[in-house]
Design a protein around this ligand. Structure first.
Ligand code: 0A1
Ligand code: ZN
Length: 884
C-alpha cells in the first residue's frame, strides 16, 4: 500500500467508515506500512501563469517505472482541493483518468511516459498558507510537508526526487521579481505588460522543497566565496522599506556558510542563495533549495525594534535553514516518520553554531530551558511520541519539540559519547554515503556507529521509546570510596506501557568540600535499570555534580542537602551544573511548599538557602552578566508543574511570585545596585551589552514583585530612557503586570510609537497577553476586538493567544473562562488555518496533570471542540488524542 494514503477500512473504502452526519475518521498512516513509490519522476517542468486570484499551472512529469518497487500500472498523484483542467499523456489529451478521493489516478501501460497536467488555483483564497498563497500582494509557497499537492497533482512524498525546471509569467508591475529554486537561466518580456523568468535547479529534490515567489520586492545583495573558491550571490528579499532591517540576517547567513564549512566540511552548492521574508507564515522559516522562505520575524531587526532575543532568534533560524541545505536537502527523508533525521540533526547543528557565535554555556542553558518547558510536558502528556513516531493522521502535528529538540538531544548524546572528532567522522560518512538520497534515521545511526566507532545497538531505543527517563541518584560514602547508585525508569506513554532501560550518558564530577576542586570529569553510561559506580580516593564524602552540561535529556532525582546545592551553585566549574544547582534548590523548595510538607522553620531554611545562593550570584565579580542573568532565572511555572503529579496552577503562581517578592525585598539593595550598574553600560550588541540588559530586566522583575512602587518608577524611567527594544520591552513587561497609571501611559505610548510595524505590534499584544495583571483575561478579550487584530495572520494570532495559555490567572482562571476562550479560538481558526488552530490544543490537553476542578473544565472544552460538525484533520487528531 502506498504510504501516502492508507484506506480507513480493511476493504479500502474510506466512505464505509462514515458514521451518520460525521465526516470520515482520518486514516492512520503507519511507519511500518512504508512502500517505495512504483514510479520514478526524474524530471519535472512547471509553467506558471501567475495571478493573485487565478494561477494556472501546467506541470510536465517524466515518469518511469521504479525497478525497486512493486509494479503498478496506476500512477497515483496526490491532490488537495484540486481538480484537473487537462490531463495529457505522451502528447494526447486523455479522459481515462479517475479521481480517488483527492488523488488523481492515471493508468499508464508502458515503462516510461510524459504526463502533463493543468490545474488552476486561487492563491488569494488560500487562508491555510499551504501551497501557493498570496501575502501582502505577493505570491509565495509553502510546500512542506504536503503543500505541493495544493498546487498540482504529484506524488507528494519525500522519497520521489526530481530535477525541476520552472517557468513563470505574470504582470510585471504586480510581480517585478520572479524567483524559484536553483539558478535563474533566462528572463524576458511577454507583451501586455507581462514578463517571465526561468529557473533550473540541478539538484534532485522532493516536492516539499519546491518554492516560488513573485512580488514587488527589494534585495539586500551580498556574496560569499566558498572554501573551494566559488562565488555565491546572496539575496535577502523584503518589501521596500524593510531593507535597512536585513543587515543582521545577512551577517548571520555569511557566518552560517563559513561555520558549516569549518565545522562539518559542508560547502554550498549553487551559484545563488536567496531568502524571502513574508509576513504571513505558519512557522519560523522553510529550507526550500536555494530559496528559503522566512517569517519576517526571523529576518527583520534593528536595535530600536528588535530585542536581543530577536537577534539571537534570527541568527539561529538563518543558521538552521541554511544548514538544512545538507541535512535535509542534499540528504532528505525517506518518509515523514524520519522527520527527526533532518530536524533533530539540524537543530543540533544550529545549537552548536549559536554556541560558537556567542556564549556556549548560556546557549546550552537556554536550550535546556526550552526543552524542559516545552518538550518535557509534551513527553509526559497525551501527545507524547517517540522522536521517530510510529503513526500519524496529520503530519503537520508532528513538527514538535520532541522531533526537533529531543531529536537534537539524542544526536548530541552520540556526539558526547564519541567526542567531537569521532562524531565528525560519523557525519562525514553519513553525508558521503547518502548524498542525493532519501534516508532514514536508521541510516544515520549506522553511519555514526561506523564512522565514529560506537556501538549503538541499545541506543536505538531513544528513537523508538517516548517519555522522559527518570534517573534516581544516591551517593554513598564509606572508607575512601564513594559509590554512586543509579537507577532509571522510563514512564509509560500512550501506546507504550512498558519500557526498556536506555543507555544514558552522564557526565559527572566529585568535588572535595575543603578544596572546592574535583579530580576531573568522568563520563559514565547508565544502561541498566540499576547500576553502581565506585570511585576511590575520597577521605570524606564528596559533593556530586551530575548530568553536567545536561549530557542526557533526563530528569534527575537526587538526595542532596541544601548546602551541597549552594556549594555547587557557587563553585561548580561546569556553568550548566551551577545553573542546575540553583534550579534544584528552588524546585525542591517550591515542591515542599506546594505539597504542604514544610513547617515554618523548614520554609525559612529553604528560603535562606536560596537567598544565600542569590546573594552569592549577585556579588560574584568573576561572573559575566549574561551568565549571571541565567543563574537568576527562577524555574518556570510549567517546569514546576511538571514536577507534580497533579498541579494547581494558581498555587504554583502564588508560591513562585511569593518567593520572587521575598527575594525582591530581601535583596532590594543588591537588585537596585545591579540595575544602576547595568544601566551605565553602553548599549552595545556584544556580550557585555547583552548581559547588562539581561540583568537589568531581571532586577526589575524581582523588584516589581517585592517593592512594586519603586519598581514602577524605575521601569517607567527605563522605558523613557531606552534606546533599544530590549530595555523598552523589559520595562513595559514589568509595567504591564502592575496596577499603576504608568501601565496605561506606556502601553499607549508604545502602540503609537510603533503603529504600522507589524512585528512590534505583535509584541504589544504579547506583552499584555502574558502579563501577571489580574485582569489579563478581560484584556485579551478586548484585544481580540482591537482593529489591529486578525485571525488571518498567524504571527498576530500567536502573539495574542500563545502567551495567554501560560497565564495562571487567565488561561487557568477557576471559572473555566480562559479555557473557553482558547476553545472558541480553535473553533474559529480551524476552518481558516487548521495548522495554526491545532497548535492551541496541547495547552488544553494537559488536563490530566491539573487539579480536578480545572481538569473537568479543560476536558469539557476539548469535548466541545470534538463535537463540532466539521473539523480539520489537524485539530481532530490533536483533540481526540488529548481526550485519550
Ligand atoms: N522545515 C522547516 C519547518 C516547517 C515545517 C512546515 C512548514 O509548513 C507550514 C513550514 C516550516 C524547518 O524546520 O525550519
Ligand atoms: Zn528544520
Amino acid at each position: 500500500m502506498d504510504i501516502a494514503r492508507t484506506p480507513a477500512t480493511p476493504d479500502g473504502n474510506p466512505e464505509m467508515a462514515d458514521a451518520p452526519h460525521r465526516p470520515a475518521e482520518p486514516p492512520l498512516i503507519r511507519r511500518e506500512d512504508y512502500k517505495p513509490f512504483p514510479w520514478r519522476v526524474p524530471e519535472v517542468s512547471l509553467d506558471f501563469r501567475l495571478g493573485l486570484s487565478k494561477t494556472r499551472i501546467r506541470s510536465t512529469l517524466l515518469v518511469e517505472r521504479n525497478p525497486d518497487a512493486e509494479g503498478s500500472t496506476v500512477l497515483r498523484l496526490n491532490g488537495d482541493e484540486l481538480s484537473p483542467v487537462e490531463v495529457v499523456v505522451d502528447g494526447q489529451a486523455i479522459n481515462s483518468w479517475a479521481m480517488d478521493g483527492d488523488d488523481l489516478c492515471v493508468t499508464l501501460p508502458g515503462e516510461r511516459h510524459e504526463v502533463e497536467i493543468v490545474t488552476e488555483i486561487d492563491p488569494a483564497a488560500n487562508s491555510k498558507l499551504m501551497g501557493l498563497y498570496a501575502s501582502n500582494g505577493m505570491l509565495c509557497t509553502q510546500c512542506e510537508a504536503e503543500g505541493f499537492r495544493r498546487i498540482t497533482f504529484f506524488p507528494d512524498r519525500p522519497d520521489v526526487l526530481s530535477t525541476y525546471k520552472v517557468r513563470m509569467e505574470g504582470p510585471k508591475d504586480q510581480f517585478p521579481v520572479l524567483l524559484s529554486n536553483g539558478n535563474e537561466v533566462a528572463t524576458g518580456e511577454a507583451g501586455d505588460g507581462a514578463h517571465w523568468a526561468e529557473w533550473h535547479d540541478p539538484w534532485p529534490k522532493p516536492s516539499y522543497l519546491f518554492a516560488l515567489v513573485a512580488g514587488d520586492l527589494v534585495a539586500n545583495r551580498d556574496s560569499f566565496t566558498t572554501m573551494s573558491g566559488r562565488k555565491v550571490d546572496l539575496g535577502i528579499w523584503v518589501r521596500d522599506g524593510d531593507l535597512e532591517r536585513t543587515g543582521h540576517a545577512m551577517e548571520s547567513l555569511k557566518h552560517s556558510m563559513k561555520w558549516d564549512e569549518d565545522t562539518f566540511g559542508r560547502e554550498y552548492d549553487l551559484d545563488t542563495f536567496n531568502i524571502v521574508a513574508v509576513s504571513d507564515f505558519n512557522m519560523g522559516a522553510m529550507e526550500n533549495k536555494g530559496l528559503n522562505i522566512f517569517n519576517t520575524k526571523y529576518i527583520l531587526a534593528d536595535t530600536e525594534t528588535a530585542t536581543d532575543g530577536d537577534y539571537d532568534g534570527i541568527e539561529a533560524v538563518i543558521g538552521h535553514e541554511y544548514f538544512h541545505n545538507w541535512s535535509g536537502d542534499r540528504v532528505t527523508c525517506r518518509d515523514w516518520f524520519q522527520l527527526s533525521l533532518k530536524e533533530g540533526f539540524t537543530v543540533l547543528r544550529d545549537q552548536l553554531f549559536s554556541a560558537d557565535m556567542g556564549s556556549e554555556p548560556v546557549k546550552r542553558i537556554e536550550d535546556v530551558r526550552v526543552l524542559r518547558s516545552v518538550q518535557f510536558p509534551e513527553d509526559s502528556g497525551p501527545l507524547a511520541h517517540p522522536i521517530r513516531p510510529d503513526s500519524y493522521q496529520e503530519i503537520s502535528n508532528f513538527y514538535t519539540a520532541t522531533v526537533y529538540n529531543k531529536g537534537a538531544e539524542v544526536i548530541r548524546m552520540m556526539r558526547t559519547m564519541a567526542g567531537p572528532e569521532r562524531f565528525r567522522k560519523g557525519t562525514d560518512l553519513y553525508f558521503a554515503s547518502h548524498d542525493g538520497e532519501a534516508a532514514t534515521c536508521e541510516d544515520f545511526v549506522q553511519a555514526i556507529e561506523q564512522g565514529a566507532g560506537l556501538d549503538l545497538e541499545q541506543f536505538r531505543l531513544w528513537y523508538s521509546q517516548a517519555g522522559t527517563p527518570k534517573v534516581s541518584v544516591m551517593l554513598e560514602h564509606s572508607g575512601d570510596t564513594a559509590t554512586l547508585n543509579l537507577s532509571q525508569a522510563v514512564p509509560p506513554t500512550p501506546g507504550q506501557p512498558d519500557k526498556k532501560p536506555m543507555p544514558i550518558p552522564l557526565r559527572l564530577a566529585l568535588f572535595d568540600r575543603e578544596t572546592g576542586q574535583h579530580h576531573g570529569e568522568q563520563l559514565v553510561t547508565l544502561s541498566k535499570a540499576q547500576q553502581s559506580f565506585s570511585f576511590t580516593g575520597f577521605a570524606s564524602p564528596p559533593v556530586l555534580s551530575i548530568n553536567r552540561d545536561f549530557s542526557a535529556p533526563v530528569s534527575i532525582e537526587r538526595e542532596a542537602a541544601n548546602e551541597d546545592l549552594v556549594f555547587l551553585a557557587a563553585h561548580d566549574d561546569d556553568p550548566f551544573a551551577r545553573y542546575e544547582a540553583m534550579q534544584d534548590l528552588v524546585v525542591r523548595h517550591m515542591c515542599g511548599l506546594l505539597s504542604g510538607s514544610l513547617d515554618d522553620q523548614a520554609r525559612d531554611a529553604g528560603r535562606e538557602a536560596i537567598g544565600t545562593a542569590f546573594a552569592a550570584v549577585l556579588a560574584d565579580g568573576q561572573l559575566d552578566d549574561l551568565m549571571r542573568g541565567e543563574l537568576l532565572i527562577l524555574p518556570g511555572e510549567t517546569y514546576l508543574a511538571e514536577q507534580m503529579l497533579v498541579a494547581d496552577p494558581a498555587a504554583i503562581r502564588a508560591e513562585r511570585e511569593g518567593l520572587k517578592a521575598w527575594l525582591g525585598t530581601t535583596l532590594e539593595g543588591e537588585f537596585a545596585a545591579l540595575h544602576a550598574r547595568a544601566s551605565k553600560a553602553p548599549s552595545t550588541r556584544d556580550a557585555a551589552g547583552k548581559g547588562a540588559r539581561k540583568v537589568k530586566a531581571q532586577a526589575l522583575a524581582y523588584l516589581a514583585a517585592g517593592v512594586p512602587e519603586r519598581a514602577a518608577e524605575m521601569a517607567a524611567a527605563q522605558y523613557d530612557a531606552a534606546d533599544n527594544m530590549t530595555d523598552r520591552q523589559g520595562a513595559l513587561m514589568v509595567l504591564a503586570s502592575l496596577q499603576t497609571p504608568e501601565r496605561t501611559h506606556k502601553l499607549l505610548d508604545f502602540y503609537h510609537r510603533f503603529q504600522g510595524n507589524a512585528l512590534v505590534i505583535d509584541k504589544w499584544f504579547a506583552i499584555q497577553a502574558s502579563s501577571l495583571h489580574p485582569s489579563v483575561l478581560e484584556q485579551v478579550k478586548a484585544l481580540a476586538e482591537h482593529p489591529d487584530f486578525t485571525l488571518k495572520n498567524p504571527n498576530r494570532v500567536r502573539s495574542l493567544y500563545m502567551p495567554f495559555t501560560g497565564t495562571a490567572q487567565g488561561f487557568h482562571a477557576a471559572s473555566g473562562e480562559g479555557y473557553r476562550l482558547i476553545a472558541d479560538l480553535i473553533l474559529a481558526l480551524d476552518p481558516l488555518n487548521p495548522q495554526t488552530a491545532a497548535r492551541f490544543v496541547p495547552p488544553l490537553g494537559r488536563w490530566r496533570r491539573i487539579e480536578a476542578g480545572r481538569a473537568m473544565l479543560m476536558r469539557g472544552e476539548l469535548e466541545r471542540i470534538a463535537a463540532a460538525p466539521k473539523l480539520s484533520r489537524d485539530t481532530y487528531e490533536q483533540v481526540t488524542r488529548s481526550l485519550g
